[in-house]
Design a binder for this molecule. Structure first.
Ligand code: PLP
Length: 471
């Protein structure tokens, strides 16, 4: 592909993306292909000779589209949403076009410096304490990672090396280390403990408390564990659990962590974006106790994957603990500016902060707040429809853009209902199980979603409920 072909191809792809997004409602949200479908379209080896762009472009519709689940469709209500917006797409294009890596300041100064500024901008938008910001001039700061899973793992490893240092660096104590999270925390939290070779205890939460992890539960468990010779060192509190968007009580949990000298990490992967709106910030009460805070702009803040924001109160626990400094990575400004290779697992990362810069400037804080509020409003609208129909019941309070509910009746009835809906392919859902109960999750997802899409989904729910209840 030479420059002339690239220029035309880039325009063609831009048109393709716009046509795709603007007409996405017309596509069935869920694909009909069977596992292994792509083999019939793709040869088993790469071509010996290059092919023309026209042939490659034609295969997007022929090969790829049949196997796409349309996450950006207003009829997609599964998982947690993943963000997409035009400024983010062009930032990804520019990042790829520049083809730079910012693993150290010298490797590409704009990469590091824009990331620092964007992490401070976002910290201010979320009203995080100043000690998380570079502009504060202390040991805090933020880094963009690829995922919340990586953020949990790296902070767990930082906390592990901190506690070992406090115990004379006796590595044999690793078997005594114990971390905690609620029984509603994401699987990536348990996985971080497995990867970090430490025990993780999932503490009970109860429905009457909206599945929030409370301080007394943590305090009791720490007391028991210390009595048994274990060393509590790390707690992950979740703001917005994956199942039903439950919120742990940060003030209570934080006080315990502070008394017990335990690192408190916040996993706000999904709900964190909402804290740009003052009406949701009460969940951040207790943030002063927190050692590290993570949220995924790639979920709800109109920045496409990958982009996960992690702030550290004291970066030394990670930067110094895992420092390897070969000659080929050293430079004369080392120590004056962050070298983000020391903050994360991978050495290299793309120029992700461009996405933040383009999106924050294109929408402004007000535009982003409008986006969050519009989606929350639509979830409340869906809730109001649901509450008028006495065949349904809510399974959790609706605070943001997730509605958790059930058909009154057995789990089997609800499983049948979800299967009917997903088989119908008009809309797409993923259920969950909380406290042993099967729950339907309705996520208000797409950036372009409107009242008519909620009405469309509600009609589908009513139609399939009639069938499920009479089968
Ligand atoms: N934490 C929570 C609360 C989540 O909901 C998710 C994913 O949905 C994750 C962590 C994992 O996110 P990531 O894919 O960025 O690792």
């Amino acid at each position: 592909m030479d420059a002339t072909v690239f220029r035309a191809a880039a325009r063609q792809i831009a048109d393709y993306i716009v046509d795709y997004i603007e007409n996405i409602r017309e596509r069935p949200v869920f694909p009909s292909v069977k596992p292994g479908y792509i083999k019939q379209y793709i040869p088993s080896t790469a071509p010996q000779n290059g092919e023309p762009w026209s042939a490659i472009f034609a295969d997007i519709d022929r090969v790829i589209m049949p196997g796409i689940t349309h996450w950006q469709s207003p009829n997609f209500h599964a998982y947690f949403m993943t963000a997409q917006s035009y400024p983010s797409v062009i930032a990804d294009m520019l990042s790829s076009g520049l083809g730079v890596l910012g693993f150290s300041w010298i490797a590409s100064p704009a990469c590091t410096e824009l990331e620092m500024q964007m992490m401070d901008w976002l910290a201010k938008m979320l009203t995080l304490p100043n000690h998380f910001m570079f502009s504060n001039g202390g040991k805090g700061g933020g880094v963009i990672m690829n995922s919340a899973s990586e953020a949990t793992l790296i902070t767990l490893l930082g906390a592990r090396s901190k506690v070992l240092a406090e115990h004379g660096n006796d590595k044999t104590l690793i078997t005594k280390l114990v971390a905690y999270a609620s029984d509603q925390s994401h699987s990536s939290v348990e996985r971080a403990a497995l990867l970090g070779a430490v025990q993780m205890k999932l503490l009970p939460t109860i429905a009457s408390d909206n599945h929030s992890l409370r301080g007394d539960v943590l305090r009791e468990q720490i007391k028991k564990d210390r009595a048994n010779g274990l060393i509590p060192f790390f707690v992950v509190a979740t703001l917005g659990t994956t199942g039903i968007l439950a919120f742990d009580n940060i003030t209570e949990v934080g006080k315990v962590c502070s008394e017990e000298n335990v690192w408190l990490h916040i996993d706000a992967a999904y709900a964190g974006s909402a804290y740009i709106c003052p009406e949701f910030r009460h969940h951040l009460n207790g943030i002063e106790y927190v050692s590290s805070f993570n949220m995924n702009p790639y979920k709800w803040l109109l920045i496409s994957f990958d982009c996960s924001a992690l702030w550290l109160k004291n970066r030394d626990y990670i930067v110094d603990a895992f420092n390897v400094n070969p000659v080929y990575l050293q430079h004369i400004h080392q120590g004056h500016m962050p070298d983000f290779r020391d903050w994360q697992i991978s050495l290299a990362s793309p120029f992700r902060s461009l996405k933040m810069w383009f999106v924050f400037r294109s929408y402004g804080i007000k535009g982003l707040q409008n986006h969050i509020r519009k989606q929350v409003g639509l979830a409340k609208y869906f809730q109001s429809l649901l509450l008028k129909d006495d065949r349904f019941e809510l399974s959790a309070p609706v605070e943001m853009n997730l509605v958790c509910f059930r058909l009154k009746g057995t789990d089997a009835l609800n499983e049948k209902f979800v299967k009917l809906i997903n088989d119908g392919k008009a809309i797409h859902l993923t259920p969950t199980r909380v406290g042993g109960q099967f729950i339907i999750r309705f996520m208000v997802s797409a950036r372009t979603i409107e009242v008519r899409d909620i009405d469309f989904a509600w009609n589908e729910f009513q139609r399939q409920a009639l069938i499920a209840l009479t089968l």
